[in-house]
Design a protein around this ligand. Structure first.
Ligand SMILES: [Zn+2]
Length: 318
């Protein structure tokens, strides 16, 4: 990391490290409120995100984060080179925010990319860091962003090694071999985005509760698929999802428990007869015959046809 004052370098390192710790703790989708509050640095709070798409917190020379907005006119799209396109803010390259990103590009300065995955309150962002701007395209008024490092493709590269590696990537955006690597990073990103969006939509619809036992700890909740997700984007609709805690997700997937199309919980015959500790008794057997908790809004309710097909399999196994 060069061509930055020590204050920016220190703040930026602290920001990236703090974000890394939050991702370790909470996963790579973080609420807007947490990013707005940011981290404490010498008795003041440093936010990661603000109203601006390209954000340079106080004390930074160059922007720290770029994000996609809620009703933003700017969109990101993938390029053939395996990079993500990020549009200038209106006002051309001389606008301070855009000029800041160009500066970040010229000096390989790491940035944070925040992609919205839940628009409804509480808003949630997928966090990608570090990302690097590798190309500036004035003709389309957009930057190209390299996601490789944020997607964990070069875990062994740290410090100056990574700086060198990043510096190389500025010269070879058309190198076919590098393009293959970046395409891979982009695919990984799209999968993660797809999964995160599905998860956030489903959890939001069920108000962050397990539909069977009403457990309310997000970290213990999954968005389970009713019809398995082997066909990529096709089934990313909330009505193909169920918000389930980890144990009930596993029980549902392994046909220990089933949910009939009339939204009733069923425990497999042989499991009902078993005698064991409190997890089996309270966590599983006592759920038999319960109605699941349903989300508001007809579009979000579990699809009865999908449930019926799934339930048939449950009966076959039992
Ligand atoms: Zn549960």
């Amino acid at each position: 990391m060069t061509h930055l004052g020590t204050s920016d370098q220190l703040l930026r390192n602290t920001a990236l490290q703090w974000l890394g710790e939050q991702v370790q703790k909470f996963g790579d989708v973080l609420p807007a409120s947490m990013l707005q509050a940011g981290f404490e640095f010498r008795n003041r709070q440093v936010p990661i995100i603000s109203q601006q798409g390209i954000f340079r917190p106080q004390g930074f020379e160059v922007p720290l984060s770029i994000r996609t907005g809620v009703n933003s006119p700017y969109s990101d799209a993938e390029t053939d080179e395996g990079l993500l396109r990020y549009d200038y803010e209106a006002g051309g390259i001389n606008r301070r925010s855009n000029a800041g990103l160009r500066h970040a590009m010229n000096h390989q300065i790491p940035l944070v990319y925040l992609k919205i995955v839940q628009h409804k309150s509480p808003r949630q962002y997928l966090v990608l860091s570090p990302v690097y701007i590798v190309h500036d395209d004035p003709s389309t008024e957009s930057f190209l962003v390299n996601l490789e490092y944020a997607m964990g493709m070069h875990p062994g590269l740290v410090g100056s090694q990574r700086d060198e590696h990043v510096a190389d990537s500025y010269h070879d955006i058309y190198d076919p071999q590098k393009q293959v690597e970046r395409q891979y990073a982009l695919r990984t990103y799209k999968q993660r985005l797809h999964q995160s969006t599905f998860r956030e939509n489903v959890l939001h619809a069920y108000r962050n509760q397990c539909t069977i036992c009403s457990l309310k700890h997000r970290q213990l909740l999954d968005a389970a698929h009713i019809t398995p997700d082997s066909h990529s984007d096709g089934f990313a609709v909330t009505s193909n999802g169920l918000s389930l805690c980890k144990i009930h997700h596993a029980a549902f997937d392994s046909n220990v428990m089933g949910i009939s199309p009339d939204y009733q919980v069923h425990v497999r015959e042989d499991i009902l007869k078993e005698v064991d500790g409190p997890m089996l008794r309270h966590g599983i057997q006592e759920m038999h015959g319960k109605q699941i908790l349903l989300p508001k809004g007809r579009d979000h309710k579990p699809d009865r046809d999908r449930l019926a097909r799934r339930y048939e399999r449950f009966l076959e196994v039992g």
